[in-house]
Design a protein around this ligand. Structure first.
Ligand code: ARG
Length: 276
């Protein structure tokens, strides 16, 4: 395809996997009895950070806290849009202290944090995609939190029903290719089967040119990807999706976070985007 995709520089917030582990099971991927190779995980994570920096993105780090093994999944801590920060309220009691740990980072960086009243897992379920924020529900973030997000940001929030427990966060089933910030149309990639029939119809109406992934791509965490408008950081296992993206003019950048899949997370889960 002849379209030339233009990247834009991003600011990402991440958290080093110093205390990463699988100690409890709050999604079907997690098995506390199966070992995690922490050194491998740290090496894989460092590759991701290296890839972001090599592509011109700014990476900042929140200080990891001992006893919070999922804190590496920075995306879940907040949604930052237009410099406003909507914090998080985790579904699992094990993860609740993460919200305060990230609040510390945001406050030091000069942001006020608005705390949601209902369960809300940040960019895990709230995804700015052009004129709307797409919002997942069914497993974690509640519809009440979608309403809170709409009121807080003043941006229309589109509620989408997730139906497959393996795809418990919106960011495991859908990601934004283009956020429309450069003036063009926003576009997304997703796996339709993770959504209820009505939500599939909504996505097809809003994004008629979306790139669709296969079941195998989705199970390889292919939709838990990060795009800068040109480069798409995605797992090497999502081969069909990478081919489809290339056909649409995007440049796939494979990064393997296999150790994190054992916790039910991937590239996007490890990455919070700070949209000033
Ligand atoms: N173990 C974490 C959980 O179940 C993984 C979170 C993955 N993050 C994401 N943005 N999908 O909460």
């Amino acid at each position: 395809m002849s379209v030339s995709r233009v990247p834009s520089r991003r600011r990402y917030l991440v958290c080093e996997p110093r205390h990463f582990a699988v100690r409890y099971a709050i999604n079907p991927w997690m098995h506390p009895d199966r070992p995690v190779d922490v050194d491998l995980a740290r090496g894989q994570w460092a590759e991701l950070i290296g890839a972001y920096r090599a592509h011109g993105h700014t990476v900042e780090t929140a200080e990891p806290v001992a006893g919070l093994p999922d804190m590496v999944f920075a995306a879940n801590a907040a949604l930052v849009l237009g410099g406003r920060v909507l914090g998080s309220l985790f579904h699992a009691p094990e993860r609740r202290p993460e919200s305060t740990a990230y609040e510390t980072w945001f406050k030091a960086a000069g942001y006020d944090v608005h705390r949601p009243e209902s369960v809300c897992e940040g960019e895990g379920d709230l995804v700015p995609a052009g004129r709307w924020v797409l919002a997942g529900t069914g497993f974690r973030t509640t519809r009440e939190a979608h309403r809170e997000a709409q009121e807080f940001f003043g941006v229309p929030v589109i509620s989408l029903q997730l139906v497959d427990p393996w795809f418990y966060h919106l960011d495991t089933a859908l990601f934004v290719l283009d956020d429309g910030a450069g003036g063009g149309e926003a576009n997304i990639a997703y796996w339709p089967e993770a959504f209820s029939p009505g939500s599939r119809e909504v996505l097809a109406r809003l994004y008629p040119d979306a790139v669709l992934a296969t079941r195998a791509d989705a199970h390889a965490f292919g939709l838990n990807a990060v795009s800068d408008g040109r480069h798409v950081f995605l797992p090497p296992g999502a081969g069909e999706l990478a081919a489809r993206l290339a056909h649409h003019g995007y440049v796939p950048v494979p990064v393997d976070l296999s150790e994190f899949h054992k916790a039910g997370g991937g590239i996007k889960c490890c990455t919070q985007e700070i949209r000033r």
